[in-house]
Design a protein. Structure first.
Length: 599
């Protein structure tokens, strides 16, 4: 009797408008708007065919108007083979059609492969004939050696040899003309057929991915997911339902275009512009068409309960930390190894994602471990990165196809400073670096960046975390207008001391630098090795530059000299890096390069 008084409204969730999407690093929060004409009494609104990667605990429903929500249910219904909603017959038909298309392409591929092999064999035969002729040609020494009829002669080895005369030269010329034209034509044909062969391979690969994806969907995802909202209405009216839920198989990452303008006439006209992009990928089964997008670095919450806190204990690192760290990491991973396909990019196995709540259980299992079994060293790194939300200014469409969709987050313009650096012992060039402040209120997240200088592409680099007000830099490559010459060093050796004899080696390294810019000075740093003593009996003395008086020179933590100075437009300068090393006369000094490891 109760069911007879319920007004049912059934809608296909895939066809509903997506109002907004918040994209996180590992999922997305989708908000859909449902307009329903409800009747007085109890109304049941059923949204059928919800995404197969939905997080069921994330479901939230809001409603407008005077109605009240009585109940919200997430339902998983096994599909009946006779149900009109079951697309198994349609899917089988589509799979068979794709397989037939793939088989046709495979037949064409094999035929094309045979044709290419035949053409290659023809080239091999002609090459063999040409090689045989070149080996067996004999040039006559005198007229007595020639055969008037131009016939072949037999060598001592028993091979037929061609004796060059007018007749054989004419035949040889005709063969070479035939060989040249025929082989060239065959090779052109091989290239054309090879190109078609590669296109067929790509088409076959694409069809295989489609077939695999449809088979996974057909075999493993025989469940219909519905959201049932029960509403009580005092009168007939039109209401808006706002349904929000989270889905996996969606993510975003930042990428940048850094465009640096260096004006050779006026440094005040210099600028550095950052185009901040978000790359969105999703394979949730639902298309986000003309949706308002928000990109977030936050960790989305699930449910409405305040999360419980444990005690954060501090102790000394044990020797078994690495082993325990691996154990804890394995608990945070899915049941199978995560790959691009498992994350929804391309063909993936629905076994890994059919029950999305399994990911929650894995996280809960890791949280339930004793604190001694978990490596919490990552907390310090995550705390430094604030939660950020980036609102995309214009609605965008992101299809559920696993491909990259690029959206513009923001444009940032700032004033750069330029520094030139040279390590002439390794490369006699000067490298330019642009340094600037993040003057925006946005945090620049770690991501790849394409660097351009005056509209020319320079290189790709990796940008780290840059908070508002922080300084960042990017390399602009070699600057051809700065000339660097590493001249031959002047070395000397002498013996010093009266009681204990020591050897004294001196090296004077001249470095010539010229600023070929006509209207712009440059700030340049010269980097040069200075030996670092590894024994108390070895004494190293830096003579030039004089460290006590030179404010613009220093030894860095690797004991390398960094000498900074300004070169005016057109100015040339030769700097002298001079050092001496004193050691016992009965010892031999050995120099070796020690690479510094990053902690």
């Amino acid at each position: 009797m109760y069911r007879e008084n319920v007004h049912s409204h059934t809608l296909n969730a895939r066809k509903l408008r997506t109002a907004s999407v918040i994209v996180y690093s590992d999922r997305a929060e989708v908000k859909k708007i449902v307009s329903v004409d409800v009747k007085k009494g109890i109304n049941e609104v059923i949204l059928k065919n919800i995404s197969s990667v939905v997080e069921r605990q994330s479901l939230r429903v809001d409603v407008s108007g005077t109605v009240s929500i009585q109940e919200v249910q997430y339902q998983e219904m096994p599909l009946d083979s006779n149900s009109p909603e079951n697309n198994s017959v349609s899917n089988l038909f589509k799979i068979r059609k794709l397989e037939e298309e793939k088989n046709d392409l495979e037949s064409k591929r094999m035929s094309l492969s045979d044709e290419i092999n035949v053409l290659k064999k023809r080239v091999e035969v002609l090459d063999g004939v040409a090689g045989q002729i070149s080996k067996n040609v004999i040039t006559p020494v005198d007229k007595s050696d020639s055969h008037s009829d131009g016939s072949n002669i037999t060598t001592a080895a028993g091979n037929n040899a061609f004796l060059l005369n007018d007749n054989t030269i004419s035949n040889l010329t005709r063969f070479l003309d035939f060989y040249s034209s025929t082989v060239s034509e065959i090779k052109v044909n091989i290239r054309k057929k090879s190109k078609k062969f590669d296109e067929l391979l790509r088409s076959i690969d694409s069809l295989e991915r489609q077939i695999d994806q449809m088979r996974c969907s057909f075999e493993y995802d025989c469940v219909e997911r519905n959201i049932c909202v029960t509403i009580s209405a005092e009168e007939d009216e039109t209401v808006q339902l706002y349904i929000t839920y989270q889905v996996y198989c969606a993510n975003w990452r930042p990428t940048y275009d850094i465009r640096v303008s260096m004006n050779n006439e006026d440094s005040q006209a210099d600028s550095l512009k950052i185009r901040y992009y978000g790359i969105i990928e999703q394979n949730t089964g639902e298309n986000w068409e003309s949706a308002d997008l928000v990109l977030s670095t936050a960790t989305p919450s699930i449910g409405g309960v305040v999360p419980s806190m444990s005690t954060l204990a501090a102790g000394f690192q044990s020797q078994t930390k690495e082993c325990k760290k691996r154990n804890a990491s394995s608990l945070r991973k899915p049941n199978s190894a995560t790959s691009d396909e498992d994350m929804g990019f391309g063909s993936f196995d629905y076994n890994d994602i059919t029950d999305a709540v399994a990911l929650q259980k894995l996280t809960a299992a890791a949280a339930a471990l004793p604190t001694s079994d978990l490596d919490l060293s990552f907390v310090a790194g995550s705390e430094q990165l604030p939660c950020s939300y980036f609102l995309i200014s214009e609605p965008a469409t992101v299809y559920s196809d696993g491909t990259e969709h690029k959206v513009l987050v923001a444009e940032i313009t700032t004033k750069p400073k330029f520094l030139h650096e040279t390590v002439p012992a390794h490369a006699q060039v000067a490298y330019a670096t642009a340094t600037a402040l993040n003057t925006s209120k946005m945090t620049l997240l770690p991501g790849p960046a394409s660097v351009y200088l005056n509209a020319s592409f320079i290189a790709k680099t990796q940008l780290g975390v840059v908070l508002p007000g922080d300084e960042f830099s990017c390399s602009l490559g070699a600057d051809p207008s700065i000339k660097v010459e590493y001249k031959p060093a002047v070395r000397s050796k002498e013996h010093i001391g009266f009681v204990s004899k020591n050897a004294l080696q001196t090296k004077n390294q001249p470095i010539y630098i010229r600023n070929a810019k006509l209207n712009r000075s440059v700030n340049i740093t010269v980097k040069e090795n200075v030996p670092k003593s590894t024994d108390d009996r070895i004494k190293v003395n830096l003579i030039s530059p004089e460290m006590k008086t030179a404010k613009n020179a220093k030894l860095n933590k690797e004991n390398n000299l960094e000498w900074t100075f300004i070169l005016e437009p057109g100015e040339s300068r030769e700097v002298q890096v001079k050092w001496s090393i004193e050691y016992p006369i009965n010892e031999t000094i050995v120099y070796r390069q020690v690479l510094q490891t990053v902690a």
